[in-house]
Design a protein around this ligand. Structure first.
Ligand code: ATP
Length: 269
């Protein structure tokens, strides 16, 4: 989908003036400060910046996992097309949203998986939470999604502990996608993996996002990941968004001195 088509649609997510300060942080030090963004259906937006710039905090605030004060996260819910204020939703409804229409891919797969149940149960669990009870359907969907993320469906009953890092990450993606979410939040989904494993996983994410027309927010410190996956990129520094725009524009013609530094430190020999 090209950007003009994307922006002709109504946004799916609107983040307004979002700020977060961790308890105990030094006075005046904010993890996120006055961040505003919009995400459109079918769009991938990368959040880049150096370590400690507030990328994960912003993602966690958007997901409703940590409080934002002040600020708001508005989401156009698919079940009734109503705009909801994510932080004002009752906890039960927010959890329901997180389990159905939203996905969250953790940087460390072990945090996004249940390591003491089988691969198939990891996928089936989310479907069960969405109301599916038939054992055969759960197994069949487990196999189907393992195949979709290029895992051997014969390993349905294996523990994720028996999987490699890259395989666990694939399984975590399958677990997230089985309920056909509209919005997926990913926190450094490929970091910590071997370079060749990263490349395959990125390619898989790119295919899935396009095939399923997902909207996604991807936190990454790797500008190559932003270039490959995201139509738009926003740059964070010390908790603030300092620049945002089309990925090619931001990376090829950065306007903010910090983005210029970030880009040049990648291309420097
Ligand atoms: N649980 C926490 N308690 C207190 N301060 C925190 C906590 N998590 C993050 N911070 C602080 O908030 C700021 C932003 O951190 P955050 O993890 O959001 O950055 P990041 O850009 O995602 O970094 P990285 O790329 O290293 O994961 C940092 O100053 C960090 O020290």
């Amino acid at each position: 989908m090209n950007q003009a088509t994307i922006e002709n649609a109504h946004p799916l997510l609107e983040v307004r003036n979002l700020s977060h300060r961790f308890a105990g942080a030094r006075p005046g030090v904010w993890a996120v400060q006055e961040a505003s963004l919009q995400l459109y259906p079918g769009e991938v937006l990368a959040i880049v910046g150096e370590s400690g710039s507030g990328k994960s905090s912003l993602l966690n605030c958007i997901a409703g996992r940590i409080a934002c004060a002040p600020g708001q996260v508005h989401y156009r819910r698919g079940s009734d097309e109503q705009w909801v204020d994510v932080h004002a939703l009752p906890e039960r409804e927010r959890r329901q949203l997180a389990r159905s229409e939203w996905g969250f891919v953790e940087q460390h797969a072990a945090e996004g998986l249940r390591m003491n149940v089988s691969a198939g149960a990891n996928v089936g669990e989310r479907l069960m939470a969405a109301g599916e009870r038939r054992y055969e359907t759960l197994r069949e969907q487990g196999r189907r999604w393992m195949e979709a993320v290029e895992l051997d469906p014969e390993r349905l009953d294996d523990s994720p502990r028996a999987f490699s890092g890259g395989m666990r990450q694939r399984l975590q993606i399958a677990r997230n996608l089985v309920t056909h979410p509209r919005l997926v939040l990913m926190d450094e989904p490929t970091s910590g993996l071997d370079v060749s494993v990263q490349a395959r996983l990125l390619d898989l994410i790119r295919q899935l996002v396009s095939r399923l027309q997902l909207s996604a927010l991807i936190v990454t410190h790797d500008l190559g990941v932003a270039r490959l996956l995201a139509q738009r990129t926003l740059v964070m520094r010390q908790g603030r968004i300092v620049e945002q725009g089309l990925t090619d524009r931001v990376l090829d013609d950065p306007q903010h001195p910090y983005t210029q530094l970030l880009v040049s430190s990648v291309v420097a020999p």
